[in-house]
Design a protein around this ligand. Structure first.
Ligand code: MRU
Length: 371
């Protein structure tokens, strides 16, 4: 996507790799929308920290970051001993896997990179294969998002009001985004529509990241408080909901996504509003058989008790909002059952959530995305 920073417009990918420096290059998302900075992680532990501390966030983006982090760890290994290399790679894999638990994309991405390394006959060959596979994961993420855009654009008609939750835009992927892809494709087709961005407390990804992206793209949008969606739905002022997902169960069609998604799905059902989830293939978990088995990340209570922002003087500051002495509990994600979801927009077609299993061959045929 093209980003205009201090008057200069340039194309950026959210996640990239500097091969000579063996560094992962990321947009420092914690500073957005107030400042745009590119940062580099010097080794796989720093890459894992960047995922954990939310320098980079969003399912596809942390998937690509983990894939590059695995390649980075492989390439940093000195020596030729295959057993020592395998032990080292296990440490790299586990460190990156543990950075964030709910999104399945990092695991799918790293499994794809590891599988691609298998045929390598020496450490050196495996290192080269790792980087090639990580690059391919990132390219596939972009291809998948493009396909989601083409398929999903048909859902958006002129004059529609579309609600989205959290950030499933290009910042949450390598480029383009999942939930935003149909919006960008519809815009390219000349359609006029408005997007309502849920603020998405406690980290405010909707108010900060999605709103910034849509503004960059010139898409008409309004930020609404999380609690306002029901009001607009009741008055007939929302026509369509499109969200992303951090893990979608291929067996059941259940969707884990940012906390608050389930509430929006219940409201959409109540008001007969179509509720779609957009996902690249790396977001599908074919193994788990129940949404209750999805690990839900518990995040720090400070996110609920206060907020980060920028003062008039331009200083980034955290302010306490809640009653001093009160504590909070802060689940990062929730799970939406299949019956509340109208359709899943995949790169291979728009399917009913419970159809995913039957469509596995068709989805696999697309290739890439850490299946
Ligand atoms: O906790 P975050 O900021 O990493 O949240 C992840 C997300 O961006 C959302 O859950 C999103 O809607 C899923 S699609 C990438």
């Amino acid at each position: 996507m093209n980003v205009s920073v201090r008057g200069v417009s340039r194309h950026y990918r959210t996640v990239a790799f500097d091969a000579p420096g063996n560094a992962v290059r990321l947009i420092e998302q914690r500073l957005l929308p107030h400042d745009f900075q590119i940062v580099e992680t010097a080794n796989f532990r720093a890459t894992a920290r960047a995922i954990r501390d939310m320098v980079v966030r969003g399912a596809g983006a942390i998937g690509a970051t983990a894939a590059y982090g695995l390649a980075q760890g492989a390439r940093a290994f000195k020596g030729k001993n295959p057993e020592r290399f395998e032990r080292h790679m296990e440490t790299v894999y586990q460190t990156l896997k543990e950075a964030r638990p709910t999104a399945v994309d990092p695991v799918n991405a790293m499994n794809e990179v590891r599988a691609a390394m298998q045929p390598g006959e020496s450490v050196e060959e495996k290192q080269a294969l790792a980087l090639a596979a990580a690059e391919e994961f990132a390219h596939a993420d972009v291809r998948h998002c493009e396909a989601i855009g083409q398929l999903g654009a048909g859902l958006i008609r002129d004059g529609m009001r579309v609600l989205t939750h959290c950030n499933a835009g290009w910042l949450a992927f390598v480029d383009i985004g999942s939930a935003t892809a149909p919006m960008y494709a519809a815009q390219a087709q000349g359609k006029k529509f408005r997007v309502y961005c849920d603020e998405t407390r406690p980290r405010s990804q909707g108010a900060t990241l999605t709103a910034w992206e849509l503004a960059q793209q010139g898409i008409e949008h309004r930020i609404i408080a999380d609690n306002a969606a029901g009001h607009f739905m009741q008055r007939g002022e929302i026509d369509l909901v499109i969200v992303g997902s951090d893990r979608t169960l291929g067996q059941t069609g259940e969707v884990a996504n940012k906390i608050g998604t389930y509430t929006k799905a219940v409201l959409a059902k109540r008001h007969g509003i179509p509720f779609y989830v957009a996902i690249p293939l790396s977001t599908i978990d074919w193994n788990l058989a129940s949404g209750f088995d999805i690990p839900i990340e518990g995040r720090h209570e400070s996110e609920v008790l206060g907020a980060w922002g920028v003062t008039e003087a331009g200083r980034r500051e955290y302010v306490r909002v809640a009653n001093p002495g009160s504590s909070a509990v802060n689940p990062g994600f929730d799970v939406t059952p299949a019956e509340l979801i109208t359709g899943i927009i995949t790169p291979a077609g728009i399917f009913k959530p419970r159809e995913l299993r039957k469509k596995r061959k068709q989805l696999d045929a697309i290739g890439g995305g850490g299946r």
